[in-house]
Design a protein around this ligand. Sequence first.
Ligand code: KG4
Length: 334
Amino acid sequence: MNKKDIIILGIETSCDDTSAGIVINGNDVMSNATFSQIKIHEKYGGVVPEIASRSHIDKISFVIDEALYLAKIGFDEVDAISVTTTPGLIGSLLVGISYARGIAFALNKPIIEVNHLEAHICANYIANCNFKPPFICLLVSGGNTNIFLVMDYLNFELLGSTRDDAAGEAYDKVARVLGFGYPGGQYIDENAQLGDKSLVKFPRAYLEENSLDFSFSGLKSSVLNYINKNNSQNIDFRVEDVCASFQESVVEVLVNKTIKACEMHNISKVAIAGGVSSNSGLRKSMKEACEQKGFELNIPDPKYCTDNGAMVGASGYFRYMESIGMEVEINKKA
Ligand code: KG4
């Protein structure tokens, strides 16, 4: 570690993961500790906000202690505390914000507010010092489906978003009807790999010409109707084929709109982020499309695709440097 290295503690509690990460210079992760609430919410088939907030209260101090322990540092070595402040479940966000404020006050350290979507995008800098803005980022998670033009480390232009369901929501709903656990994205992904994607031609919503917005509710209804109709008429179908056909429809639109955004803005660098960016079909298709166009593609490690404290630490670094008027210095080791 160099003398002027900046160490940020990032805290994430926007939904159902209590997570803390310690990051040097925006991309070098010293530690990332997470308590996932999936087991708690599984039986309800989705996140219960009140239960989520209570679980964050239970776990937050353990998770932060674990992050410091794994990084082998004490609070005194942290330069600033960054915390997700929006968007997210209000009760869950409040736990992280209150805890971060408490530590910052007690230690007399700066507190940096971080936008959850920006943090997901910043996961792309982790462990890759060569990936730099400007680029187009497809952000796909349980709550968001967006295309951003990332102009620099601090400036993000929203080019398109979903007009109804997020991609992850559609995955989770289809998974529920097929009898998979929650969250269902990974189960659909696993089954899709064993299925025939040409079995059913589910709809693709491209919307108006040149629109970079998304819509997944029509596709979701179409898949649910297909399943219900076949079940009610006792017609056999392979679940794997439905998963593969559904996934093909989602991925095709996500990839084509991302490539279109690059062409419209004359950008040849692409990144993906958010929980759904772990999807094997999306990773493969985006790689093929970028290779075909000669675009550079960056994909974060799956552990930094879902909600995590390290991405908040990465994003917090850029905001911290801005607040003290210093130039960003990405760590060359990472
Ligand atoms: O980013 P994330 O952890 O939480 C939000 O901020 O929303 O994303 C969670 C979403 C869930 O909808 C989950 O089903 C989906 O990511 N997901 C996947 C995969 N792994 C997680 N969707 C498709 N394929 C996957 N492999």
